[in-house]
Design a protein around this ligand. Structure first.
Ligand code: GAR
Length: 189
């Protein structure tokens, strides 16, 4: 029996693509679908290239959760992976996938988390803070933004001269290295 993962992404989807590549030789893991809240997100182009069906849902359908839940059940999804997904997950989905929704956040939670803290905004806040490190946090999703239990963190140094874009590059490198491995460990239990 394979483990089926749904990838949710709102933007470029470079993490989503990296994850699919990581598991490409592993028949135990399947990626039946990619979901997005944005029809023009670049992740749809990546999905085409990867030959994975991708869907866009409306804000209303997302908040309600039922249609998405039906789609996930039809595809027998075991885990939801948030790979650069920017909306808060509705309770319908959290209750249907307890400790089975995994998010990556581009900073060391609990710092730089919460509503409005995503993507480059996080790195801007870190650059302005004077902190000498940042990193990634991989965690289970609960009903509060960025507050579910932490599975894994990794750090990178931040120099005083680093711009937000330079921090983003370091953090993306950590994401590419660790997110697929942590998914493999967490979903294999
Ligand atoms: C990633 O850095 C991810 O950690 C972040 O969005 C980026 C998506 O990049 N997620 C969040 O900020 C969630 N709060 P990608 O589309 O190239 O994978």
């Amino acid at each position: 029996m394979s483990i089926k993962l749904a990838l949710f992404a709102s933007g470029s989807g470079s993490n989503a693509e990296n994850i699919v590549h990581f598991f490409s030789e592993n028949p135990l893991f399947e990626f039946p679908l990619i979901l997005s809240n944005k029809s023009d997100a670049f992740v749809h182009e990546r999905a085409k290239k990867l030959q994975i069906p991708s869907f866009t849902f409306s804000r209303e359908d997302f908040l309600d959760g039922e249609k998405i839940l039906t789609l996930l059940k039809e595809h027998k999804i075991d885990y939801i992976i948030l790979a650069g997904f920017l909306l808060k997950i509705p309770l319908t989905l959290i209750n249907a996938f307890p400790q089975k929704i995994i998010n990556i956040h581009p900073a060391l939670l609990p710092k730089y988390g919460g509503k409005g803290m995503y993507g480059i905004r996080v790195h801007q806040a870190v650059a302005e803070s004077g902190d000498n490190e940042s990193g990634i946090t991989i965690h289970f999703v609960n009903s509060n933004y960025d507050e579910g239990s932490i599975i894994f963190q990794a750090k990178c140094p931040v120099l005083k001269t680093d711009t937000a874009e330079m921090i983003a590059d370091k953090v993306h490198a950590l994401e590419y290295e660790y997110f697929p491995k942590i998914i493999e460990e967490t979903c294999n239990l």
